[in-house]
Design a protein around this ligand. Sequence first.
Ligand code: S3P
Length: 441
Amino acid sequence: MKNEVLITSIIKDFNKKIFVSGDKSISIRCVLLASQAIGKSKIYNLLESEDVMCALKCIKKLGINYKKNTNYYEIEGLGLEGYKTERNIKLDAGNSGTLARLILGLLVNSRHKIKISGDKSLSKRDFSRVTEPLKEFGVQITSKKKMLPVEIAGSNFLRPIKYIEKLGSAQCKSSVMLAAIKTPGITKIKALKSRNHTELFFRNLKIPINIVSNRKYDFIDIEGQYNFAGFTYKVPGDISSASFLLVLTLLSRNSKLLIKGVNINKSRLGIVKILNRMNANIILKNKKIYKGEAISDILVNSKKNLKAIKCPASLNSTAIDEFLVIFLVAAKAKGISTFKNLGELNKKESPRLEIGISFLKKIGIKVVRKGNDIKIYGNPSLSLSGNYTVKNFKKDHRVFMTSCIAALTLGGNWNIKDKDSVNTSFPEFFKIINQLGAKIY
Ligand code: S3P
């Protein structure tokens, strides 16, 4: 069967209640932290996507056993010194920047050299953003042209560092945080705000962490070398996966969707804030807190009179994975939307700023770019009838899913390549979309 989908009609009205797959960021953190705990951890609703399966394979290679039970994964950690590294171990992070960057942090005390590689897309991404601060701990890291494969040789004489994270990258911040738990003394981090799942995990696991925050930065102190016990965790739904369904509902004609049990951590909630500022009426219901993470059901209805947004750059990190679908909403909104300082989008699985702009142009939307700022000239009566092919050269899961949402809401005849890419983050994408009435296989 060809690795593509053909979509030739828009989705019919729907009114449904669904769950989305488990959160990718939290799932990867669960696997990595469980691998460092002392004793068994039980992880329910772990996202069974390729990125997370790669994380499980990596810890297995490092001597950590896990098994899948009926509805949970059991991981048997051996503590902070517990990775059994042999000479010449090679870890494959697949497509996952989060896994590669976070696990590097955990390897600062490895006894032997370990090589980390990734797929074609990951091998083109910058790793100096994590290898430079990690070297400060006193480890040796080598790479060619700042990219994967990277080789790390850990140290027995780690020293705590002072690190300023200026990109708003949770991956960089978390990589250093994970190295800090291996290191004697207090590591001090000043980080531009970004998702804070690692911080919440540390608090839960009673890893000594102190955080002082202002509007822009978090000042994080971590005291290292405290072992922690195995834990139980139920992973909430992924708001990044939910975003595709929010936009599908919003842009369809007369539909309603309730997505149950989604992680609505403030540092991830940009999609809801941005869409509501564009006149959507997305409602968070049944809010609760689970181990520091906010969780709720999300209710969304179709909306006709969407309006343009002047999106403040301060929201960028809270919606960093959602901009492609946000651009789609801007294309249908009345007025000119502006987005600023989106350079980090080009550092993802594919250069998403470039790709987003050419996608909008392909569907007849005017876009003006100045550096990393863009203006999108919305057209509320946008409706397509031509033939569209999306080549998706970098096999980017979010490019694929955004294209499907465009096809299902705007019309036209679409041939969208690389359908397997959904397995990276949202393996249930087709099942759910078809549950809502689409017929994509
Ligand atoms: C992630 C952080 C984000 C995000 C990625 C997952 C994480 O990357 O794009 O999909 O789990 O920490 P950056 O922190 O590099 O922006």
